[in-house]
Design a protein around this ligand. Structure first.
Ligand SMILES: [Zn+2]
Length: 520
C-alpha cells in the first residue's frame, strides 16, 4: 500500500468542510511535497510531523518521495490541524498502521515535536459539521483531548433529547500520536477500545441571574423590555445617567426562554472559534456588552483569517450597546444588515466568510451630551443644535430597525422609595414564554422577523384598528417601514394579551414604544 486517504476538516468561518488528506509514497529522489494551497503553517507541518514520528519511535520513510495532497485545493487550511491526519497518512501509506481502519474516522490535531497532541480551534464546529453531513458516513471524530471535550458538547450535554438528535455521533480524545496509532494497528483490538470516548463536562447548575425586581420603578421600561423579549424586537432605552438602563439591560436575557439544544450548539460553536466559550456557560444566552471604543471589526467581525465580531459572539443572545451614539459611525452602520438578516458576510480578498449574527440588540443612550434633557431633577446645559447633532449620530435607517424605543426617565428619590416592588423576572418570563409559543405556533418565527405576506397575514387589522393606525401614520408622518414596525410590535402586545386579533388598544401601546428621540 503506497497510497493512503485520511479524512479531516478545514475551518472556514463557522463551516467545517471536509478535507481529504492523500499521502502517496513513491520511489525516487527522497522529498516531501505538500500540495493543495497549503499555506506556510501547513508547510511547517512537514517538519513537525517528521519530528513527531521519529520521537515517537515510528518510522518516517526518509528514502521515499512523499506527496501529500490536501483536497479540495481552494479551501483555507490554516493552522496545524492537519498534522495528525498527515502523520497517519504517512504511517498508513508505509504500512505501519491499518489503512482500512482509517476510513472509519475523521482526524484533526496539531503535533508537538515529541508527538503530543495540541488542541485545535473550532472543534465544536467540526463535530456539528460531521453531524449535519449526516450520520450516514458513520465516521467518528478523533481529536486532541481538550478539543474532544468541547466537541462532545455536540453529543451529550443536554441529555436524552440530544442523543436522539445527534444520532450516535462519536468523539474520541487522544493525548499523544501513539494513542491514535495503537487504535489503528492491524489486529484484533477494536479501535474503539483503544481510544476512549470523550465526554463533555456535566451540565452546570444554572445560576439564577440578577432579577428585574432589583430595579425600582421604571414600569414603562420594564414593559417595553417584556414586549421586546416577546417578539425578538431590538430595543433602545433613552434616559439620563443613573436611571437603571444598564441594570435593565443586564436583566433582559433572563426574560428570554432557555436556548434549544440546536441554539445552544450554534452559540457555543461561534464562541469556540475565538476561545470565548466555556463549558459552564453551556446553553445560557450570551450577554455581550462591548465598550463604545470597540472598533468596527471588533463589533461586526473581520480580519484575516476572518474572525467573528461581538454581533456573532452574541448569536442567540443579547448584545448590549451602552452609550450608543458614542460608537463609531461605521460600527453602527455595520449593524444594519445583520439586524435584518441574522448573519454577517465578511469579504476578504477573493474569499467570503459568513457568520451567524442573530442577536437581540438592547441599546441605551443619554438624550443629550450632558444627559439631563427633559429631566425634572437637573437642568440640561445643551443647546438644541448640540442635542440634534448628538441624537443624529444614530442614523434614521438604524433607528428604523429598532422596533421598541422607550424613555427611562429620572425619578425623584422620594418617588422611587415609595414605588412598589416590581414583578420578579420569573413572572414576566413566564408571560413572555407563553406569548412566544403562541407566535411560533402561528407563524414559525418571532414577530420581529415578520415581513411581506406573512406580516400582512398575521397582522391583519379589522376596520376600526386599521382606521386608527392610518390616522396615526398620517399624523406622525411615518414611512412604510415605521408602519410595519408598529404592526409587528402590536402583534407582540396582542400575543402577550393572549389575543388573536390586534385591537386598537394593542396598537396604541405599540405606538408608544417609539419616537423617544426628539429628532431623527
Ligand atoms: Zn443636555
Amino acid at each position: 500500500m503506497s497510497l493512503a486517504v485520511v479524512h479531516s476538516r478545514a475551518l472556514d468561518a463557522l463551516q467545517a468542510p471536509e478535507v481529504t488528506v492523500e499521502v502517496h509514497l513513491a520511489n525516487g529522489l527522497p522529498s516531501v511535497t505538500l500540495v493543495g494551497l497549503a499555506d506556510t503553517e501547513v508547510k511547517e507541518a512537514r517538519e513537525r510531523v517528521r519530528a513527531a514520528l521519529q520521537n515517537s519511535g515510528l518510522e518516517f520513510p526518509n528514502n521515499k518521495r512523499i506527496t501529500v495532497n490536501l483536497a479540495p485545493a481552494d479551501l483555507p487550511k490554516e493552522s496545524g490541524r492537519f498534522d495528525l491526519p498527515i502523520a497517519l497518512g504517512i504511517l498508513a501509506a508505509s504500512g505501519q498502521i491499518d489503512a482500512a481502519r482509517l476510513a472509519q474516522y475523521e482526524f484533526a490535531g496539531e503535533l508537538s515535536l515529541s508527538g503530543e497532541l495540541r488542541p485545535v480551534r473550532g472543534a465544536l464546529a467540526m463535530a456539528l459539521a460531521l453531524h449535519r453531513s449526516g450520520a450516514g458516513s458513520g465516521r467518528a471524530l478523533v481529536l486532541p483531548h481538550a478539543s474532544a471535550q468541547e466537541a462532545a458538547l455536540a453529543c451529550g450535554m443536554a441529555g436524552d433529547m440530544s442523543s436522539a438528535m445527534t444520532g450516535g455521533l462519536r468523539i474520541h480524545g487522544a493525548a499523544h500520536l501513539l494513542d491514535v496509532v495503537r487504535a489503528l494497528l492491524p489486529g484484533d483490538v477494536e479501535p474503539a477500545d483503544a481510544l476512549p470516548l470523550a465526554h463533555a463536562a456535566p451540565s452546570p447548575v444554572r445560576e439564577p441571574g440578577a432579577d428585574l425586581r432589583d430595579v425600582k420603578g421604571q414600569a414603562a421600561a420594564k414593559r417595553a423590555l417584556e414586549i421586546a423579549a416577546t417578539g425578538g424586537h431590538s430595543a433602545l432605552m433613552v434616559g439620563p445617567p443613573g436611571t437603571g438602563k444598564s441594570m435593565l439591560a443586564q436583566r433582559f436575557a433572563g426574560l428570554l426562554p432557555a436556548l434549544t439544544h440546536d441554539e445552544a450548539l450554534e452559540s457555543a460553536a461561534v464562541l469556540s472559534l475565538t476561545g470565548a466559550f466555556s463549558a459552564d456557560r453551556w446553553a445560557q444566552r450570551a450577554f455581550r456588552s462591548p465598550h463604545h471604543t470597540a472598533s468596527p471589526v471588533a463589533l461586526v467581525g473581520g480580519g484575516s483569517p476572518p474572525r467573528p465580531g461581538e454581533i456573532s459572539l452574541s448569536h442567540h443572545g443579547v448584545l448590549f450597546l451602552d452609550e450608543l451614539p458614542e460608537f463609531p459611525r461605521a460600527a453602527l452602520e455595520g449593524l444594519r444588515e445583520p439586524l435584518e438578516t441574522g448573519r454577517i458576510v465578511i469579504s476578504r480578498a477573493a474569499r467570503q466568510a459568513e457568520f451567524p449574527a442573530r442577536f437581540q440588540l438592547i441599546a441605551a443612550m443619554n438624550p443629550c451630551p450632558c444627559g439631563h434633557q427633559g429631566s425634572p431633577l437637573r437642568a440640561c446645559r445643551c443647546t438644541p443644535d448640540v442635542v440634534a447633532r448628538y441624537q443624529g449620530r444614530i442614523s434614521g435607517p438604524l433607528l428604523d430597525r429598532i422596533d421598541v424605543q422607550v424613555e427611562v426617565p429620572a425619578v425623584p428619590a422620594a418617588a422611587l422609595a415609595a414605588a412598589p416592588d416590581g414583578e420578579a423576572t420569573e413572572v414576566i418570563a413566564a408571560r413572555v414564554s407563553r406569548a412566544r409559543d403562541r407566535a411560533m405556533q402561528r407563524q414559525g418565527c418571532a414577530n420581529a422577523a415578520l415581513t411581506g405576506d406573512a406580516l400582512d397575514r398575521h397582522c391583519a387589522l379589522d376596520a376600526a384598528a386599521s382606521k386608527f393606525l392610518q390616522a396615526a401614520a398620517a399624523r406622525l408622518g411615518w414611512s412604510a417601514r415605521s408602519f410595519h414596525r408598529v404592526l409587528r410590535v402590536a402583534r407582540s402586545v396582542a400575543d402577550l394579551a393572549g389575543s388573536g386579533p390586534i385591537t386598537v388598544a394593542h396598537l396604541a401601546e405599540a405606538i408608544q414604544c417609539r419616537r423617544v428621540l426628539s429628532v431623527g
